[in-house]
Design a protein around this ligand. Sequence first.
Ligand code: KIV
Length: 278
Amino acid sequence: MRVTISEIKEMKQRQEKIPMLTAYDYITAKMLDEAGVPLILVGDSLGMVMLGYESTIPVTMEEMLHHTKAVVRGAKKALVIGDMPFMTYHVSISEALHNAGRFIQEGGAQAVKLEGGEVVAESVKRIVDCGIPVMGHIGFTPQSIHQLGGFKVQGKTPEVAKRLLKDAQVLEEAGVFAIVLECVPAPLSKLITQRAGIPTIGIGAGPDCDGQVQVISDILGLYTDFVPKHAKRYAKLAEEIKVAVSDYVAEVKSVSFPTVEQSYTMDESILKQLMADS
Ligand code: KIV
């Protein structure tokens, strides 16, 4: 049975922390699912960590749908959330609805996430009213990197802190089932979390959020171009992979791979016949 949004909301009531991770492909989604991760986000961070873009801005609906389908095939239990890319929910409410619908109908996701507070509240409400669960995302919102002037913690000034408190409240009223708080000072996240009736999921937002989300390539040490302060490395897979690949290259060159163990045999008489015939 797949995790439901009611179960996620109940985890907050029970004060049970909610782990969430990103995934972008079938095998990773399958591993996360088997490890018991209840929420998998097909984040638009895929643009940077999988596709090599400099930011999340170039990511398209088609790219997101392609990866969402793969994740859904791998995750049998986790609730899969598709991240709506830049400019796919800003132009009009009908476009937002159409694109949210594609994540559910074509991608097979169970929910969508979109960035922004009060400015996207009307679209959020319409999407939720149409039966699509929505996760909010406030604080540092990577799709607004140019407006925000770079990768910066949000909510250190009274004005921005007040705006974030208001954004969280307005998003909850619009019907989101949870809100990501990205790069928000820990005390402010705590306040937002205490006031919210729905779970907050932090990334660089301190330990008092109801849950935590991390980019899978960061915690596995796979993406090394840029490592944010809030990312903890639980493995150093890039290094391990490079060692494995160098070993492979050396063994191919020295003909120590493949051996009999990795080769297929054939009937000796067929081979003799073949050689005699040609
Ligand atoms: O795209 C993403 O991976 C995200 C998470 C960092 C929350 O939005």
